[in-house]
Design a protein around this ligand. Structure first.
Ligand code: ATP
Ligand code: MG
Length: 567
């Protein structure tokens, strides 16, 4: 491709709207343009990166036996009513009615559609397992679309769904996707980590998120430096410092208090937080400097919905207590297991916490249960090995989840087993944020000059620069190099524009292809082209006489440098 005929409108300045580096650079390098909030056009360069990544995804899905389909973007509301999500999904689901007054929505995900497909097609255990995936445009009316491709309202996702005859098959499908996801992100050349994520009612280790490590990530990853433990913050467990009796109440632990100096420091003060869990009022006792983890609370209670009490609800609970209301103000009292067996606590100045004032938590019969309810903190003991946990930032690029029977039961997706008995299919779902991966790759690899693309997803592998487009002899040789690279099957963008060398070098660095090959009058007279490895900045020379061979060797070394194998 010749840059003179290409459409890659680069910008000198960062547009004011862009906050994070990937958003800035995607705009500046002419890869995307905004249509409206959270909705972007992929320009030719941006689309090439998307397509290169999609190809890797397709190859790995194929290897794992998943079959590509393409499902509709517009979905009937009735299906969402069957699954129960019409009520629960919230405003991210863009709903509308068509001309016949039928309720519809734009698909934010496709569990309903794929379950509907499979329940009408699959009859027998002989047709299972089956794993269907697609690469498709999703719409989620995100409350705060931001950071360009990172959190769009319209974005490209690979979503896949597996259907098995039972639990063990579903676990095997899950593991096969877990392995495929690791291969995909390894092939891209990104530093990433798979972490256990909250799997809600299913429990166990049946949800993993794939996180690209980047300081600008929105997610917190909790890892142990000494063992394999890795979880997202929602899920990260805190070790119980003292034994808990099976009844869930405190055991009479008499272990030493790990807080040596008393006083009214936050570590010695207990606070109360009020939550509403499916209409029940729940009080949670925590150390004042801790944060309640709502996901843990929700899972512990087995609740569908948990939210902090509103100031009005808190006020009312407060008033009712002070008025000595006989009605039950709080339905349940829970305490974080860290409070177990500790006696010298000071309760926060709060009427609800009075019950704990200088109380011995062990013997306080009014705690319904002690449990792991707080957010983990850096330095907490690893739940597996006890080493201090470390926090890092990440960008969620993939999420795999064992769904079990959730959708097949709600939507009656059944098959006949070996005995002719009807059974529900056991499902899993697997997502990758295709467009987000491009942004995440830039967050992880960039410098002041621009993007640094890993060769596997770079829009082009090489930028070939002709420094003297007015010099016929140089241009003839540059054209020849261009043809040589093309014949070799190298993705090359040829900067044949009538521009100053400075402009060309800046654009090449900004677009960030891994290799730059530059030809000018001086080099040509010496029988040489100059090369630059975009990532390391390392410069070199290739002889014009043996260009094809020397380029191939250099290309191999650049891929190797990234730790990547050429496809
Ligand atoms: P997040 O917590 O970031 O909102 P999610 O849990 O809603 O993500 P999933 O429903 O698991 O995401 O979707 C699968 C993948 O799609 C995510 O891992 C992420 O990479 C991508 N994704 C989700 N929402 C967006 C978005 N608004 N813009 C771009 N990519 C997204
Ligand atoms: Mg989301």
């Amino acid at each position: 491709m010749r840059l003179s005929r290409y459409y890659a409108p680069t910008l000198k300045e960062s547009p004011a709207e862009a906050e994070v580096v990937s958003h800035k650079l995607l705009l500046r390098a002419g890869m995307i343009r905004k249509l409206t909030a959270g909705i972007y056009t992929y320009l030719p360069l941006g689309l090439r990166a998307i397509n290169k990544f999609s190809r890797i995804v397709r190859e790995e899905m194929d290897r794992a036996g998943a079959l590509e389909t393409l499902m509709p973007a517009v979905q009937p509301g009735d299906l969402w009513k069957e699954s129960g999500r019409w009520e629960h999904y919230g405003k991210e689901l863009l709903r509308f009615t068509d001309r016949h007054d039928r309720e519809s929505c734009l698909g934010p995900t496709h569990e309903e559609v794929v379950t509907d497909l499979v329940r009408h097609e699959i009859r027998s255990y002989r047709q299972l397992p089956i794993n269907l995936f697609q690469i498709q445009t999703k719409f989620r009316d995100e409350i705060r679309p931001r950071f360009g491709l990172m959190r769009g309202r319209e974005f490209i996702m690979k979503d896949g769904y597996s259907f098995d005859t039972g639990d063990s098959g579903a676990d095997a499908s899950y593991m096969s996707m877990y392995n495929a996801y690791n291969s995909i992100f390894e092939r891209v050349g990104l530093k990433f980590k798979s972490v256990s994520a909250d799997s809600g009612s299913i429990g166990g280790s049946f949800s993993h998120e794939f996180m690209v490590l980047a300081d600008t990530g929105e997610d917190t990853i909790v890892t142990c430096p000494d063992c394999t433990y890795a979880a997202n913050l929602e899920k990260a467990e805190t070790a119980c410092p003292r034994p808990v009796s099976t009844s869930g109440n405190a055991a009479a632990a008499s272990g030493p208090n790990d807080l040596d100096d008393s006083g009214d420091s936050p570590q010695h003060t207990i606070k109360t937080e009020l939550y509403v869990a499916d209409n029940a009022m729940v009080a949670v006792f925590l150390r004042q400097d801790r944060q309640c983890n709502e996901v843990k609370l929700k899972n512990f209670l087995g609740a569908v919905d948990v939210r902090p009490a509103t100031p009005e609800e808190e006020e009312k609970a407060h008033r009712d207590r002070q008025n000595g209301s006989t009605g039950k103000v709080v339905d349940k009292y829970l305490a974080d297991h860290e409070l177990l067996g500790i006696s010298d606590w000071i309760a926060e100045d709060d009427a609800l916490a009075e019950r704990l004032h200088h109380a011995d938590m062990d013997r306080n019969a009014r705690i319904d249960a002690f449990a792991d309810l707080r957010q983990a903190c850096p330095g907490d003991a690893c739940p597996q090995c006890g080493a201090p946990l470390v926090f890092t930032r990440g960008i969620e690029v993939g999420h795999i989840f064992k769904l079990g029977l959730k959708y097949s039961k709600a939507m009656n997706a059944t098959f006949l087993d070996e005995n002719g008995e009807q059974q529900f299919m056991c499902m899993g779902c697997y997502g990758i944020g295709i467009s987000r991966v491009i942004a995440a790759s830039i967050e992880q690899n960039n410098d002041d000059a621009g993007i640094i693309f890993p060769p596997a997803i770079a829009p082009f592998e090489v930028m070939l620069i002709n420094l003297n487009p007015h010099d016929e002899e140089v241009t003839k040789v540059a054209d020849f190099l261009y043809e040589t690279l093309r014949k070799q099957g190298t993705d090359v963008l040829y900067d044949d524009r009538d521009e100053r060398p400075g402009v060309k070098f800046n654009d090449a660095d900004l677009m960030g292809f891994p290799m730059q090959v530059t030809l000018g009058r001086k080099g040509m007279d010496g029988g040489m082209v100059e090369t630059k490895n975009r990532r390391t900045g390392e410069k070199g020379r290739l002889s014009l006489d043996n260009f094809a061979g020397e380029f191939s060797a250099w290309r191999d070394s650049v891929w190797q440098d990234w730790g990547l194998k050429q496809p």
